[in-house]
Design a protein around this ligand. Structure first.
Ligand SMILES: *[C@@H]1O[C@H](CO)[C@@H](O)[C@H](O)[C@H]1NC(C)=O
Length: 308
């Protein structure tokens, strides 16, 4: 009797053990299927305009605002996005810095605007786990980086995001550009970020394809785009079929006609997010999804990379 009981218990242990190993395998398989099922997210570069002006309904920004609020939706599917790695021109550091908090307050990094523009809310969550994985991936590629759980999300983040995704339901990992403005290093950062797109994590660059404060202020030109030649160059390079030509074209951007008018020397921080995004773009060419002359004078372009 005793022997029989012992045998039954032993048998039960074996059965339970077998079933749990089986179910663990099933869970594991499901997880990998879920990862595989994630739709490839795009790498996309947008222009964020001047301070909070797109959010204030500024007339000069009308085309840019409409694009961020309405037209960009035709090219992306936010429902497929698991998170957004967002490279902002308004955060320059000596090494790549990655927002790693569960929550980040907004950082109102502009001056002299109406009181309402210091009260915006954008409560999308942070994503500490992805932040850590980005940190690790950069480290594996030999690129120094650090985590920062404190710094708020600057207007390079919340201005476009309040228009693109007012629901604020997709986690964001804010990433700095490098203060050295070295195009090669920025392209390589993008190359590292590219792998996250397979998990449905979009890589979004927030800057300006043309950014000359002096010209914005004095607005001496009215009747034609001042930067047509440089803008044409950008489009030619970003939409090039051949990835190595695309890379070479972006790395040589400084030497192109109109480059220093579009982004004055040592003030190319608004261009760097585009270089990162091109690096994250993969082997297929970009599509230009926005091309509009602000004040009839300053041509702005946005690009999206959808391929692997
Ligand atoms: C891309 O361009 C490079 C340099 O111009 C060239 O060596 C390479 O063969 C090209 N690749 C393809 C697939 O055309």
């Amino acid at each position: 009797m005793l022997i029989l009981n012992t045998l039954t218990i032993l048998l039960q242990i074996i059965v339970v053990g077998f079933v749990s190993i089986l179910s663990m395998n099933i869970v594991r398989q499901f997880t990998s299927v879920a990862r595989k099922m994630a739709v490839l997210a795009p790498a996309i570069f947008v222009n964020h305009g001047g301070g909070p002006m797109p959010l204030l309904g500024d007339e000069v920004h009308a085309g840019l605002t409409k694009f961020l609020r309405d037209d960009v939706q035709k090219h992306i599917n936010l429902k497929e996005w698991k998170a957004i790695i967002l490279v902002t021109a308004h955060w320059e550091e000596s090494q790549v810095t990655i927002s790693s908090g569960k929550h980040h307050d907004l950082y109102f990094d502009y001056y002299g605007f109406p009181p309402e523009s210091y009260k915006y809310k954008y409560d999308a969550p942070g994503d500490p786990e992805t932040a850590q994985r980005v940190h690790n991936a950069l480290k594996d590629a030999g690129i120094p980086s650090k985590l920062d759980s404190q710094r708020g999300w600057d207007h390079g983040v919340f201005v476009p995001m309040m228009l693109i995704n007012p629901e604020a339901n997709i986690p964001i990992i804010q990433i700095s550009v490098l203060e050295n403005q070295d195009p090669k290093q920025h392209y390589e950062i993008g190359k590292v970020l590219q792998q996250f797109r397979k998990e449905g994590i979009a890589i979004l660059g927030s800057g300006m394809s043309y950014h000359n404060m002096r010209e914005f202020r004095y607005g001496r030109y009215k009747d034609a785009a001042v930067n047509k030649e440089f803008d044409d160059y950008l489009t030619k390079v970003c939409t090039a079929e051949n990835e190595s030509e695309r890379k070479a074209g972006l790395l040589a951007w400084r030497d192109q006609p109109g480059a220093s008018e579009a982004h004055p020397p040592r003030a190319a921080e608004h261009f760097m997010p585009l270089v990162v995004i091109a690096g994250a773009g993969g082997s297929k060419p970009a599509e230009r999804i926005f091309n509009w002359d602000m004040s009839g004078a300053f041509r702005l372009s946005s690009y999206i990379w959808k391929g692997e």
